[in-house]
Design a protein around this ligand. Structure first.
Ligand SMILES: [Zn+2]
Length: 329
């Protein structure tokens, strides 16, 4: 039980909202390294939870990661994701990987090939984490003014080049992760989501959550070390004015939260107004202590079109800054 007495009233309100209305049905803290394990026992024959295809007609040769390797999952596999579904959903997972790339670099999240290196197409800026020291190494062309330093406050602003991604693909990838960890007995609440996940591309048979196709993205001052965390919360009562289920993925400094589409379970929310808040992460729950802060924003994912945002500014605080080769200030 969390002690909410020292929290600001608005945080208490959100904690109470989730505590009263939701039960935690999946809580997984997963190590990045170690022996591979299955998220649930392997059935005989194996049946795909997405397309319902069964062995031997349907094949299960590939290692289907329950959440993508890029967020640090090297160990947890889904025994009930067939090769066809694994391949079909890889496009959306690619959108997710591109969208989260700077988060994973700054959060020092190692994927299959280490912490991702970010570089612009012209190599005007290259950002990478040095393996031995864990330091962020920035190579930049000063003419482009990609970095700004505030030595008094020990702050560094970096303009980071981004890769293009489809916002709707990012949502679809998060939904796939949520459905992958869902207990078997609740799959029937998500027929529309399963139909979307069985469809090619991102625009066929889109399942709409009542709160919209988007997510809460929270960034916290403190970095989550190994492991990353997955949570799935389900509404306790049939008629509470809140979405049926919500999925939360935390890694590094970041937390992503989506609300799952379930027209069957959320029929009573149709045309109604209701309040919803981001799930309180560790730093939201501890904003009174020094050094803890968190900011949350709603990110819209409804567009299926390739989003070509060139760059995003990141405001970093540093302990020490070393200029490796002299250049103009
Ligand atoms: Zn399948």
């Amino acid at each position: 039980m969390v002690d909410t007495r020292n929290m600001p009233p608005e945080v208490q309100q959100v904690m109470t909202f989730y505590g009263q209305n939701y039960e935690l049905i999946v809580d997984l803290e997963m190590p990045r390294q170690g022996a591979k394990r299955l998220i649930r026992p392997m059935g005989t024959p194996r049946i795909c939870r997405f397309c319902k295809g069964a062995e031997p007609g349907t094949t299960f040769q590939s290692n289907a990661h329950t959440v993508p390797e890029c967020v640090g999952n090297g160990t947890v596999l889904s025994p009930d994701e067939c090769d066809d579904c694994n391949k079909r959903l890889s496009g959306a997972e690619d959108d997710f990987a591109k969208f989260t790339m700077p988060d994973r670099t700054f959060g020092k999240i190692p994927g299959k090939r280490g912490v991702p290196k970010i570089k612009s197409s012209t190599d005007a800026i290259i950002l990478q984490i040095k393996e031995k020291t864990g330091a962020l190494h920035i190579q930049t062309d000063h003419a482009k003014k990609a970095t700004k330093v505030n030595r008094e406050e020990r702050r560094l602003t970096v303009t980071v080049p981004l890769q293009s991604y489809r916002p709707l693909g990012v949502y679809k990838a998060l939904l796939k992760m949520a459905i992958s960890v869902l207990p078997d007995d609740d799959l029937s609440s998500f027929d529309e989501a399963l139909c979307w996940l069985r469809s090619d591309g991102v625009t066929q048979n889109v399942a709409l959550p009542r709160v919209g196709l988007g997510c809460y993205r929270t960034i916290e001052a403190s970095r989550r070390n190994d492991p990353y965390v997955l949570l799935l919360l389900r509404r306790r009562q049939l008629t509470t004015m809140a979405p049926y289920a919500t999925f939360i993925l935390s890694f590094g400094h970041w937390t992503y939260q989506i609300f799952l589409p379930s027209p069957k379970r959320d029929a009573h929310l149709e045309g109604q107004r209701f309040d919803i808040w981001a799930f309180p992460t560790r730093d939201i729950a501890k904003p009174m202590s020094p050094g803890h802060w968190a900011t949350t924003e709603w990110v819209d994912f409804h567009s299926p079109l390739l989003r070509r945002v060139d760059q995003r500014e990141f405001d970093l605080r540093y302990d020490s800054l070393t200029r490796l080769s002299p250049g103009p200030e």
